[in-house]
Ligand binder design. Sequence first.
Ligand code: NAD
Length: 430
Amino acid sequence: MTTPSPQKQGLLRVLDATRYLPQFKKGLLAHLANPRRAITVCFPVEMDDGSVRSFFGYRVLHNNVLGPGKGGLRFHPDLSLEEVSSLAALMTWKCALIEVPFGGAKGGVVCDTKQLSAGELRRITRRFISELGDNIGPHTDIPAPDMYTNAQTMALVYDTYDTMHPGRNNRPVVTGKPIDQGGSLGRRDATGNGVAFATERFVRLQGLNGHKHLGGLRVVIQGFGNVGYAAAHAFQRLGARITALSDSRGGIHCEEGIDLQAALAHKRENGHLSGLPGTTNLSNEDLLALECDILVPAASASQVHAENAPRVQARLVVEAANDPLTPQADLLLQERGIPVLPDILANAGGVCVSYFEWVQNIQNQSWSEQEVEQKLRHRMHHTVEAVLRRHQQLVKAHPDDPHAALLRTAALALAIERVTCATLERGIWP
Ligand code: NAD
């Protein structure tokens, strides 16, 4: 059987969750499957060799009932409107779940950043933002970095928008900016930290293998990028032991615990993790099947699927990446009693600190890293508690339904319910 695309999987999961919300009017939940606004632009850019190339860009605002749109800008050659729409919807649910006053959005440009010079990227970014015009704004729709965009890209987004709207505080138009342009301390590690904080609260409340704390638990992390590294660091600070790590070239394993600084230095020097002294090399497939307490897929979509889910030996899976488990894998792990902390909960730390950046920008303030981390930890804990409460209710009401037993269903039901209730409170226009 072919695995449905992550976009299709996302939609199916939302539809699954809406089955547990019978209280809403007919048609209302179906409406939430569609984006409120989808913009496609095509613009010319002068290239370094003097030629002119056309680029396509998208910005989708999925929902803005709870607040302005929020979501990343992705520069990728395979970007499509379908993918952007699906990612925008995911942002709606993520923001609603973590209770930040934002709706969901996403956007980007179809381009291969590896084939473009810094000057070409600058011209693409500025022209794209000018094409979007007032469809983005501090109280309309607020972009952030995503795949192949970074703090420098966000500085250009800010500068372009500021040039077009002089004489007012435009910093909150975009998050993920460089710190001296109004970026927040603690944003770089926020997603990884949030992953560890969510897990910490889950283990405290539900227990794991007789433990109520992360101290001494063995953690395996797939993916050693921004999120994987920060998560590994945060788990270690909270007392856990990182026993395996991987990147796209393969993994490393050491039951006594991996020295993260040595792993980072080795990766910087060699371009990959494998071969780190004191560890054993293993494939990514074998890493997913390692005996451990917590498995954290922090790389890309659909890594755990129907074929390899039966080999997973972790006691808890925490989704740091977006959509790393297929729906079949969800159910297979569920049958084996392995809970999964879903992406919209586990990796919501990034958007949470993006919200903190927006608040600091509006107030023209700068919070310390410690303050940001404390606020993030509190919010992640609070959200885990809310999801566990909804999970208990669902399991009680639907004892023989495997979908109702998924933490993902509880998280999605809670998020969809919040957006739907707000829609009704505001009233359907006219
Ligand atoms: P990144 O590009 O910094 O890191 C990705 C890492 O995964 C790299 O180490 C890469 O080598 C590795 N990798 C790629 N394919 C792999 C494979 N098949 N097996 C093992 N490792 C593989 O990306 P990131 O910012 O760390 O994001 C990781 C995931 O988290 C993505 O799914 C992203 O959408 C999601 N996410 C990121 C953020 C954020 O704030 N960066 C927020 C929410 C969700």
